[in-house]
Write a protein that binds this ligand. Structure first.
Ligand SMILES: Nc1nc2c(c(=O)[nH]1)N[C@H]1C(S)=C(S)[C@@H](COP(=O)(O)OP(=O)(O)OC[C@H]3O[C@@H](n4cnc5c(=O)[nH]c(N)nc54)[C@H](O)[C@@H]3O)O[C@H]1N2
Ligand SMILES: Nc1nc2c(c(=O)[nH]1)N[C@H]1C(S)=C(S)[C@@H](COP(=O)(O)OP(=O)(O)OC[C@H]3O[C@@H](n4cnc5c(=O)[nH]c(N)nc54)[C@H](O)[C@@H]3O)O[C@H]1N2
Ligand code: SF4
Ligand SMILES: [Mo]
Length: 738
């Protein structure tokens, strides 16, 4: 359907003007990956509607996307490259040539003095696939360092490692179409209603279509909007999911509910799994996770008996010191019951950012290479080196620093220069003191963002203006492996450039013109698609020409191939012998256990109408209306102990710092746990930042931090006294300081 033929839109964000044309696009917020139809007038985005033809959303969108038009042409857009002549001097405007020449000189000099591992890039799941590809190729293929990591490390790294160890490869097996076919939903560690709203509406519709047959199980320490749909809400103590899942498996074994035919035909390791879950009686698990044995039994029976059971999960699983094991445990559950590779079933990790999936495909983590390859595998390195036209020895076999380690290495002086693109780590990383120290300590900080100031752009020695959503061309992959093409609809403001072009120009400035000749995103895409030929995530049948006709799900191995809805339908997995592996895992407590000094567990997360560090949604009045300030959810019994009533201000203290927020005293959170949203950074008000409190402890395999559990103390405060010793900053994306 042509956009102009659309009937009156259901969701519309009228910016006051009429439109003179419409263009298709892709939502730059969450990993649902909704298709958009954008109304334009001259060089301005004036309306955003859902694309009725896009299979991720069939025309629906959520409020964040509705108000996208208000986030594009804002007064704080970064318009020109700027540099600081010295650390202590203000930023001054320079040409692109000058800015990139300065960056190139500094990079060359640091690499010649300290070796290639003294430089690092820190990117984002909000980059297009082409943008990731350029920076990844530059670092890993030409600078000789694997220090290219992204915020996906805080987000999807545990899922990547979980899929890979259990199934032989990354890649979520099911599709959104499976939602319409499922009979049982296990939503665990996901607040789908607020964070993946369009998927949630589809689940709601499925539930309503057959309320007696379809069961929804929600596992979350909070009774979220998602939990409101649940037949069974299991209010789990944070960090104890493995005990619950193992107990479900225990019930499945004891009651003969396992799918022995599937297990015998397609898996390894069942005996070891059955042995490890043996002690996890529902009563034993109850003592660990707090869920009643009866509920655990009910959940296990519903899951095992349904014709299609879909497991959906997100950060409540991944952001943990046992994040990979939690992923393995969930996949064990799917394998034990044969709930994989068939309609309405499968272990479905919901991706956070719009193109975190593309990042995984491109190798956008410091241990990966394009096409689901690994830096530690000699054959993978040789293949990628051949594609890039460099000797295999140019590719380092040593994994680069993962996200937090990049900043730790900067703080320790091991890494000297960092290039941050499309992410705001001072707000989003645990322990911002360490991140700030890292950026102060660095010899060179390059930041590439769409806005200024942000918490992070203030630290830039070289600040580069990026074109953002609607202003550049590229592709992104959503949670269900669907690749969508986004055209450029308007010109970027000032001298802002697409991120891929900044990377390519920088590479040419370093003398790498032959390897980085790209004049368009299409050329970058073609090269990347070639890198995936014959791989599991085969893109080789996709092209800009084809994607302009509509999105495609990989694997798509040829120009006539229709794309693939569901993986593993033949029961063959990506391991050497084609069998999936049961990985026996045990419960382990979170890194920081509550004690007398810090008796409450803090968990953190998101709000429906805000996106991460608020550089976009924090500017939209309509979205701020539902919540302008951070708050802390506390159980009434915990509140009573410290004399706190609903609406009081509370100081939340951890071993690392403090935050101040208004108390929401509610039974909707499990006792002993409190919750804070993490959207507010220090520039919005020093003590609004939940990450002042969180911990850097990481999963030993995925290196993903435990952002969902740390120990805190709550105290009631009478009044907020401004602290004159705190640095004053002028970034006020989300309102005044307290
Ligand atoms: N509105 C909005 N939507 C977003 C985003 C946003 O910023 N705003 N960000 C996007 C991104 S990048 C991501 S990664 C996703 C994240 O999407 P979600 O993972 O759904 O969001 P969170 O709020 O981080 O955490 C989900 C839930 O985990 C629960 N939880 C905490 N600890 C545990 C635990 O130990 N076990 C279990 N079972 N549950 C636990 C929390 O109470 C919370 O309700 O959202 C995406 N969508
Ligand atoms: N406590 C706690 N902390 C968390 C989490 C949690 O649950 N709890 N979740 C973690 C997770 S899952 C994630 S994904 C991270 C997200 O954390 P961040 O990635 O830091 O958050 P964003 O606000 O999305 O940052 C994107 C930045 O890119 C800029 N930008 C927007 N568009 C463009 C563009 O096209 N080009 C460029 N160059 N810049 C652009 C924005 O202005 C913004 O500064 O937070 C993590 N931090
Ligand atoms: S559900 Fe996610 S992708 Fe869809 S419109 Fe909302 S934020 Fe965008
Ligand atoms: Mo994320």
């Amino acid at each position: 359907m042509k956009p102009k033929d659309l009937a009156l839109p259901i969701y519309s964000s009228d910016n006051g003007g009429t439109t003179d044309r419409w263009g298709k696009s892709y939502c730059p917020y969450c990993g649902v990956g909704c298709g958009l139809i954008v109304g334009l007038k001259g060089n301005t985005v004036v309306k955003v509607n859902g694309d009725p033809d896009h299979p991720a959303n069939f025309g629906e969108i959520c409020a964040k996307a509705v108000f996208l038009s208000r986030t594009v042409a804002t007064s704080d857009r970064l318009l020109y490259p700027q540099v600081r002549p010295r650390r202590d001097s203000p930023l001054v405007r320079v040409s692109w040539k000058q800015a990139l020449a300065r960056a190139a000189t500094a990079f060359r000099e640091i690499i010649s003095r300290h070796g290639p591992d003294a430089v690092a890039f820190y990117g984002s799941g909000q980059l297009t696939t082409e943008e990731y590809y350029i920076f990844n190729k530059l670092a890993k293929g030409f600078l000789g360092t694997n220090n290219f990591d992204t915020n996906s490390r805080l987000c999807m790294a545990s899922a990547v490692a979980g899929y890979r160890s259990s199934l032989g490869s990354d890649g979520p097996p099911p599709s959104y179409a499976d939602i319409d076919l499922a009979e049982c939903f296990l939503l665990i560690g996901t607040n789908t209603a607020e964070c993946h709203p369009i998927i949630f509406r589809r689940i709601e519709r499925r539930k309503r279509s057959d309320p007696n047959k379809v069961t929804v199980i929600v596992v979350d320490p909070r009774r979220t909007e998602t939990a409101d749909l649940a037949d069974l809400h299991l209010p789990i103590r944070p960090g104890t999911d493995i005990a619950l899942i193992n107990a479900m498996l225990h019930v499945i074994v004891k009651e003969g509910l396992a799918d022995r035919k599937f297990i015998d035909g397609h898996t390894h390791g069942w005996e070891a799994l059955a042995a490890i879950v043996d002690p996890y009686t529902p009563q034993y698990a109850h003592e660990i996770c707090g869920i009643s044995p009866r509920l655990i039994e009910q959940a296990a029976r519903s899951f095992a008996a349904s014709s299609g059971s879909l497991i959906l999960w997100s950060m409540g699983i991944n952001q943990s010191t046992v994040g990979v094991r939690k992923n393995n445990a969930l996949i064990n559950l799917a394998l034990a019951t044969g709930q994989i590779g068939r309609p309405g079933a499968g272990p479905f990790s919901l991706t956070g950012q719009p193109n975190a999936m593309g990042g995984r495909e491109v190798g956008g983590l410091s241990h990966l290479l394009p096409g689901y390859r690994s830096v530690t595998n000699p054959q993978d390195r040789a293949e990628v080196a051949a594609l890039w036209g460099v000797p295999a020895a140019h590719l380092s076999p040593k994994p680069g620093y993962p996200a937090i380690e990049i900043f730790e290495a900067l703080a320790d002086g091991k890494v000297k220069a960092v290039w941050i693109l499309c992410t705001n780590p001072i707000v989003s990383m645990p322990e911002p003191d360490m991140v700030e120290k890292a950026l102060r300590q660095a010899e060179l900080v390059v930041v590439q963002d769409a806005y200024h100031p942000t918490d992070t752009t203030q630290y830039a020695d070289i600040l580069l203006p990026a074109a953002q959503w609607s202003e550049k061309e590229g592709v992104m992959t959503n949670s269900e492996r669907r690749i969508t093409y986004m055209p450029k609809l308007v010109d970027p403001p000032g001298e802002a450039l697409p991120d891929w072009e900044i990377g390519a120009r920088f590479a040419r400035e370093l003398g790498l013109s032959e390897a980085f000749p790209y004049r368009s995103a299409a050329e970058v895409f073609e090269e990347f698609a070639r890198c995936t030929k014959g791989r599991f995530n085969d893109y080789s049948g996709a092209s800009y020409a084809r994607l302009k006709e509509g999105p495609l799900q990989w694997p798509c191995p040829g120009p006539a191939h229709p794309g693939t809805e569901r993986l593993y339908t033949d029961g063959k997995f990506q391991t050497e012998d084609g069998r999936a592996r049961f990985i026996p895992v045990d419960h382990q407590e979170p890194h920081e256990k509550p004690d007398d000094d810090y008796p409450i567990t803090l968990t953190t997360g998101r709000l429906k109408n805000q996106w991460h560090t608020m550089t976009k949604t924090g500017k939209v009045e309509s979205l701020l209306k539902s919540g302008r300030e951070p708050f802390v959810e506390i159980h009434p019994q915990d509140a009573a102990k410290i004399g706190v009533q609903d609406g009081d201000f509370v100081e939340v203290t951890s071993r690392r710092g403090k935050a101040i927020a208004q108390a929401r005293v509610t039974e909707e959170i499990v006792r002993g746990t409190c919750f804070m949203p993490f959207h507010w950074g220090r520039a919005a008000g020093y003590y609004k930042a939940a990450n002042n409190l969180t911990v850097r402890a990481r999963d030993p395999v995925s290196r993903q931090p435990e952002l969902k559990a740390c120990a805190v103390r709550l105290t009631r405060i009478e009044e907020i006294v401004p602290d004159p010793t705190l640095p004053v900053c002028d970034a006020s994306a989300a309102g005044p300081r307290p």
